[in-house]
Design a protein around this ligand. Structure first.
Ligand code: GDP
Ligand code: MG
Length: 597
């Protein structure tokens, strides 16, 4: 067991791309936890590497011989940087006593800097501000220092400067962790109380849960219980996390470790749950546990109907290591049999889509994402609806509520006007406007989540030329005057294209949908009528004129290989098509709503 006074548990919080992973690598190098290698060590999933986002948090232990001659155990708990995973961030933070607040010297404080900082302050963490990327010619450390002083009210001397690239200042960071982060507290003799802050799936060993011991001691072979699920297990193996798992016989209060107990399914291990002993349980679970609920839903359908069972098997496999993915069988008149999948947010949805494609080679059609709605009927009943086409008969509905978010946007003053317009167009309400420093402003809006999942990020990015950072948290469900807008192709309603939209915008929205679908659905050998309807009332119409399709005619005879290439291309394009009645509809069309101007 380690001496509690020599343990430091800390995390790094930062806005995306401010250099968290790079700095973490330097800390691991400096403490000789890893050998110097190319690339980054902490993000091990391919996908993570490509996107540069740490999707799942990890923990790693370093030993550091400080300037005082003593050796310390530093547990670095990595936190995911994206808002979709904010609950995981909050649990990782809860396992720490300190946080390095990393701010890019060229970018300054951004939206996620602030939201992560608030979370760290809520958990009483010691904050160590670090200005990173000071090697860059465009670094403005003085200005960024001002922003940080304004933000957290610290002294200038408390702010460190570092470069994850050159390694400058990294030693100071380690010294600050040792000297400024308090050691964990707790009672080694008390009943076991360990916080699960993360879990990973290992195909040989099953689920490995990561925990931090708040009180008590755990030994290999102990009978343990997970407080919130009530499930009991044997602690087959416990240990600490270095570059590999290092098994131990005993871990004490303040330590961070892992437990392997033969769990096969990620849904049994809930982040935020408390591990205790069966024989001598703690009285209370560690506070703050929360069931993560998916907020964004979309239909996922196999292109080839005979792939349905394969798709189910793939989703089940994905769920083994991603407890926040949910799915239920669903059928659509237009698309046949598929699944309604629930995601934490848009990024989570994209990740699942990509994994289905890459790891399982599944060709799927995904429908427009929507949020979950609470529908109240006239009898006083309530129902959560995850799909616009599942809405009850409008005459039975008393009212509908939709989730609202509280959004933080940090931008340059030059873009306040257009951003304000965008948010108001999205039914947003400005709650707060504050100047951060110099020419930058922090805006707070209440916005319907349903408007954000559609095309908000892209629009925000383009109107601010990339100079706006955005972060949000779910706030509450609020009543909204929503109506269902249906799309008909040659008179047939296509359920997969139905959306819920605000009554005031519905007609204009229907018109834009029809125009967009006209662009996206290729001409066929007959006319295609596209209509938008609210109930029985048609509110917009477009027609796609017929064409005799003969692409090879463009090739002026001769070149056979070119002709063949074109045919191949056409065949490929067909792959992601779905036959609806007699109309061939490409995948793009099911996401038309995401592309409205
Ligand atoms: P994260 O999203 O916060 O984990 O950021 P990363 O560590 O992935 O870094 C984002 C980008 O900034 C990468 O291209 C890094 O190579 C680069 N970067 C990180 N730290 C530094 C630094 O100190 N100096 C310079 N010049 N680039 C850096
Ligand atoms: Mg990273």
């Amino acid at each position: 067991m380690e001496n509690i006074n020599k343990i430091r548990n800390f995390c790094i919080i930062a806005h995306i791309d401010h250099g968290k992973s790079t700095l973490a690598d330097r800390l691991l190098e400096k403490t000789q936890t890893i050998k110097i290698t190319e690339g980054q060590m902490l993000d091990d999933m391919d996908l993570e590497r490509e996107r540069g986002i740490t999707i799942k948090s990890h923990a790693i232990q370093m030993e550091y011989k400080a300037n005082d001659g003593q050796t310390y155990i530093l547990n670095l708990i990595d936190t995911p940087g994206h808002v979709d995973f904010s609950y995981e961030v909050s649990r990782s933070i809860a396992a720490c006593e300190g946080a390095l607040l990393v701010v890019d010297a060229t970018q300054g404080v951004q939206a996620q800097t602030i939201s992560n900082l608030y979370m760290a302050i809520e958990h009483d963490l010691e904050i160590i501000p670090v200005i990173n990327k000071i090697d860059m010619p465009s670094a403005m450390p003085e200005e960024v220092e001002d922003e940080i002083v304004d933000l957290i009210g610290c002294k200038r001397e408390e702010i460190l400067r570092a470069s994850g690239k050159t390694g400058e200042g990294v030693e100071d960071v380690l010294e600050a962790v040792v000297n400024r982060v308090p050691h964990p507290e707790g009672d080694n003799k008390a009943p076991l109380q360990a916080l699960i802050f993360d879990s990973v799936f290992n195909s040989f060993r099953g689920i490995i849960a990561y925990f931090k011991i708040e009180n008590g001691t755990i030994r290999k072979g102990d009978k343990v219980k997970f407080f919130n699920t009530g499930m009991e297990y044997d602690a087959d193996e416990i240990g600490v996390l270095k570059m590999d798992m290092i098994a131990r016989n005993e871990l004490g209060t303040g330590e961070v470790g892992y437990i392997i107990s033969g769990i096969k399914n990620a849904t049994e291990v809930k982040v935020g749950d408390t591990i205790t002993h069966v024989a001598r349980p703690c009285e209370k679970a560690i506070a703050g546990f929360q069931e993560v609920k998916p907020m964004v839903f979309a239909g996922v359908y196999p292109i080839d109907p005979s792939d349905y069972e394969n798709l189910r098997a793939s989703l089940e496999k994905l769920q083994l290591n991603d407890a926040s993915l949910t799915f239920m069988p669903e059928s659509s008149v237009a698309l046949g049999f598929g699944f309604r999948c629930g995601f934490l947010g848009l990024l989570h949805m994209e990740i699942i889509q990509e994994r289905l494609d890459r790891e399982f080679n599944m060709d799927v059609i995904t429908t427009v994402p929507n949020v979950s709605y609470m529908v109240y009927d006239k009898q006083g009943g309530e129902k959560e609806v995850h799909n616009p086409s599942g809405l009850p008969d409008p005459t039975m509905i008393d009212h509908i509520e939709e989730p609202y978010i509280r959004a933080t946007i940090i931008t340059s003053c030059d873009y306040i006007g257009p951003i304000m317009k965008l948010c108001l167009d999205k039914r947003g309400e400005l709650i707060k406007q504050e100047y951060v420093s110099g020419n930058r402003v922090e805006l707070h809006f209440m916005l319907p989540l349903g408007e954000i999942v559609i095309d908000f990020y892209d629009k925000l990015k383009s109107i601010s030329k990339g100079y706006a950072s955005f972060d949000y948290h779910i706030d509450s469900f609020r009543p909204s005057d929503l109506v269902k807008l249906d799309i008909l192709l040659n008179g047939e309603p296509v359920d997969a294209l139905s959306t819920l939209t605000h009554r005031e915008n519905a007609v204009a929205f229907g018109r834009r949908m029809c125009e967009k679908l006209k662009d996206l659905i290729p001409r066929q050998q007959f006319d295609i009528a596209i209509q938008a309807a609210i109930g029985a009332k048609i509110v917009a119409r477009e027609t796609i004129k017929q064409v005799r399709k003969d692409v090879t005619a463009k090739c002026y005879g001769g070149d056979v290989s070119r002709k063949r290439k074109l045919l191949e291309k056409q065949k490929k394009g067909k792959k992601r098509m779905k036959q609806i009645g007699n109309v061939e509809v490409p995948q793009k069309a099911f996401l038309a709503v995401l592309k409205l101007d």
